[in-house]
Design a protein around this ligand. Structure first.
Ligand SMILES: *Cc1c(COP(=O)(O)O)cnc(C)c1O
Length: 372
């Protein structure tokens, strides 16, 4: 099988530029003979894409298509790109239109969208952590599983939840944002749909917003693309160019970030007793229930709790190489006192997104800040 980097670096573009041109056009000239065009598209959606028949960017444009085709090779399915991760989740809920949604600990924005559906369409929201929720599931319902889960970076068992969902005819969506390939392949464990906030590891430079849905069958792909035209949530032209640029270094970045993270987590966990300000460290690599079968290398994001809310609030300012900011996945390390953006979490908790810096510098930074 062709490797991840090879697949992401070598793709057919429309020009002979080594790098596809940044394309900022919203609209494209029709062919000389409009009849050719009308005949070609003839209501068949795939023809919007594969015959260079771009005509309006909300429908399709060259760099979005390039991103989708490149990512399809490494994500083992059909990829639909969106203007953000939440736009992808919104599109999925709109498409599946479940009566009930099972959702547990997950990105706060996904809960926000679920609440809008509850308000507008009477969606029933059930808790993933309550086994009774699965007894109530019906055909066509949706189970949303985020793993590794925000903000802790701990793993949940995809196979377990796939079985519970499928027994009732429900779909399993896995938000795999924290562990893109080659860390984890949710389809291999029973997921029906995969979601990514491409803002994070695929983007990797904290300079774009994008989201992805990955599905296994072509019909679902077409339906999602058709919905997207009317939801108006296609990825933007410039963002698609930035994202395609990012994909070329994707594998290098993610592997280095994962490795750095595991080393930093090990240092902190091994020295937990030495640092009196450090309470607990959370990460898949030190998780009690190992899921080695599901995740081969761990998410480059972890959390820690500190001795007090005040110490946690001030901790980011003691670090040199971790920017105090929300988000994750970029080449630069970030740390966030998580209560800043998600009021539901422990106020002593900090979430850390580990970048590609020299790991000794990152470890030294934490050693010195925790020793203060
Ligand atoms: C960031 C994030 C999202 C939302 O993605 P956006 O691109 O910010 O809209 C969804 N799920 C997870 C796990 C995330 O980290």
């Amino acid at each position: 099988m062709t490797g991840i980097s090879t697949n992401l670096i070598h793709n057919k573009t429309r020009t002979n530029d080594v790098i596809p041109p940044i394309n900022v056009s919203t609209t494209f000239k029709y062919p000389e003979n409009p009849n050719d065009y009308i005949k070609a598209i003839d209501g068949k959606l795939e023809d919007y894409f594969h015959n260079d028949l771009y005509y309006y960017s909300r429908v399709a444009h060259p760099n979005a298509e390039l991103v989708e085709k490149a990512l399809a090779k490494i994500l083992d399915g059909y990829v639909v790109a969106y203007s953000s991760g939440l736009a992808a989740f919104f599109a999925l809920l709109t498409h599946v239109n479940p009566k009930q949604l099972v959702i547990g600990q997950a990105y706060h924005g996904c809960h926000g969208i679920a609440k809008i559906f509850a308000r507008n369409h009477g969606l029933t929201i059930l808790d993933l952590r309550d086994s009774a929720s699965f007894d109530r599931l019906q055909k066509g319902d949706l189970v949303h599983l985020e793993t590794p889960v925000n903000p802790h970076g701990l793993n949940l068992d995809i196979e377990h939840y796939a079985k519970l969902a499928h027994e009732k005819g429900a779909f399993l969506l896995v938000d795999s944002t924290f562990a893109p390939p080659p860390l984890q392949y949710p389809f291999n464990h029973g997921a029906d749909i995969i979601m990514h906030s491409a803002t994070k590891y695929f983007g990797g430079h904290s300079d774009l917003l994008a989201g992805l849905l990955v599905v296994k069958d072509q019909e679902k792909f077409h339906n999602l693309v058709e919905d997207r035209i009317y939801l108006g949530t296609n990825i933007g032209n410039l963002e698609a160019s930035l994202l395609y640029r990012s994909l070329k270094t994707f594998e290098l970045r993610v592997l280095r970030q994962s490795e750095n993270c595991e080393k930093l987590v090990k240092f902190l966990n091994d020295n937990k007793l030495k640092f009196k300000n450090l309470k607990q460290v959370f990460h898949g690599s030190i998780q009690f229930e190992k899921l080695d079968n599901q995740i081969t290398k761990h998410a480059p994001t972890f959390s820690l709790t500190l001795i007090s809310e005040e110490f946690a609030r001030n901790f980011p300012s003691k670090l040199k190489y971790f920017v105090h900011a929300t988000s994750l996945g970029g080449v630069e390390s970030l740390i966030e006192w998580r209560a800043m953006s998600d009021a539901s979490v422990d106020p002593t908790l900090l979430r850390v997104s580990v970048g590609v810096e020299n790991v000794e510098d990152l470890i030294e930074d934490f050693r010195s800040a925790l020793s203060e």
